[in-house]
Design a protein around this ligand. Structure first.
Ligand SMILES: Cc1cc2nc3c(=O)[nH]c(=O)nc-3n(C[C@H](O)[C@H](O)[C@H](O)COP(=O)(O)OP(=O)(O)OC[C@H]3O[C@@H](n4cnc5c(N)ncnc54)[C@H](O)[C@@H]3O)c2cc1C
Length: 346
């Protein structure tokens, strides 16, 4: 399924099950999936997180949680789609309750050219008319004359799924240690460094790409899947969450502060209002931002040096890619398998 190097396929395992402990550092989405797959495979896993279980220090806390490999093809390399499609299977297998009811992409008449461009650059969609839009999302009646429907995409709610992952790790025999800062250079056995931007001293080329988001609440509108609105600058979207809440995301700004500008807030709120004017009456619950950890090529990387492994650079695709990256790391540790596209060996 994965591309692997013939020359390196015969490498010996790095650690056999039960042979040496596995420490995962960082309990964001990358580290949580690593810890889960290693614990389920029978390794003695400890997941260290320097923050508390609210996870507000993690970029993952701020994410939209879209599992959208087909839509993301517009702005990303083919490897994101390859790993993303594999991740969809893993989400389905491990979290069968994950909604896989697709994504909708809509545009206003002035952005028609960008809409057509989006349709050309992506696959896995079908064009649906106004009637079919109502069938999927009755609240959008009369709003758009057509849309692109990506039926195979899903979404998770990050602030619900992270604690579920942590509980699942513990239920699979692993230990989750909060308020536990760890140094990847120390410790016995296999160490998997998933510190996100906290790994800067190890990877000086790592940068943070700011994503601003707003959570609003309205009981006048119901959506059951992410709706993306074609926008000339950013892929903007509205994602339904529990308790009549909606996450509006996200900007993408090459700046490393945690503020949210008035301009960004206006653009995000205008996007929601453009999807449905009833959002104008919604209550603002939260405005915030996170820094996406990214390497210069915006691609994820698994850097391996025998028992020291770093998984980082998940950029705007952490929820989409984390399961597949964890599977690749497990394959490397247990069978010495190398994926040439994402692994770098010392
Ligand atoms: C607004 C926004 C929207 C997004 N939407 C999506 C989306 O819809 N779909 C998607 O797939 N991705 C999305 N992303 C991207 C996604 O959030 C990131 O790719 C992902 O969160 C990165 O996860 P991570 O585990 O690598 O890093 P983090 O989530 O930052 O986790 C790293 C953890 O390591 C901990 N840590 C650091 N140093 C140490 C140490 N020494 N010891 C112990 N712990 C340590 C930190 O406290 C932190 O909890 C979005 C991002 C943003 C900002």
């Amino acid at each position: 399924m994965y591309q692997s190097s013939d020359a390196q396929r015969g490498r010996s395992p790095v650690a056999l099950r039960g042979e040496s402990p596995v420490s995962v550092i960082g309990a964001g989405i990358a580290g949580a999936w690593q810890a889960l797959l290693f614990a389920q495979a029978g390794h003695a896993v400890t997941l260290h997180e320097r923050g508390d279980d609210a996870m507000t220090q993690a970029t993952s806390h701020w994410a939209g949680g879209m599992l959208a490999p087909y839509c993301e093809r517009e702005v990303s390399e083919p490897v994101i789609m390859r790993l993303g499609i594999r991740s969809l299977d893993l989400w389905r297998e491990h979290f069968p309750q994950t909604p896989f009811n697709g994504s909708l992409v809509v545009s206003h008449p002035r952005d028609r050219a960008d809409f057509e461009r989006f349709a050309k650059l992506t696959s896995g969609h079908r064009r649906i008319d106004a009637q079919a839009i109502i069938g999927l999302e009755p609240s959008l009646e009369g709003r758009f004359r057509d849309a692109l429907f990506f039926p195979d995409e899903g979404h998770v709610e990050p602030r619900l799924v992270l604690p579920q992952l942590h509980q699942r790790i513990a239920a699979s025999g692993g230990t989750v240690a909060f308020n536990s800062e760890a140094d990847p250079a120390e410790g016995d056995g296999v160490v998997i460094d998933c510190r996100g931007l906290g790994a800067r001293e190890t990877f000086p080329e790592l940068r943070g790409v700011k994503g601003e988001m707003i959570i609003i609440e309205s009981d006048e509108i119901e959506l059951s899947r992410p709706v993306r609105l074609i926008h000339p600058r950013w892929p903007l979207y509205i994602i339904p969450r529990a308790d009549h809440q909606f996450m509006i995301g996200a900007t993408s700004i090459e700046r490393e502060d945690n503020g949210v500008s008035v301009r960004s807030a206006l653009e995000l709120l205008s996007a929601a209002y453009a999807v449905h004017p009833a959002f104008g009456e919604a209550r603002i619950v939260e405005i915030g931002s996170g820094l996406r950890p990214a390497f210069p090529d915006n691609l994820p990387r698994i850097a391996v040096n025998n028992q020291r492994i770093a998984v980082n650079g998940l950029y705007r695709h952490g929820f989409l890619l984390a399961p597949a990256l964890a599977e690749l790391t497990l394959g490397y540790v247990e069978r010495g398998v190398i994926d040439n596209e994402v692994m770098q060996c010392a």
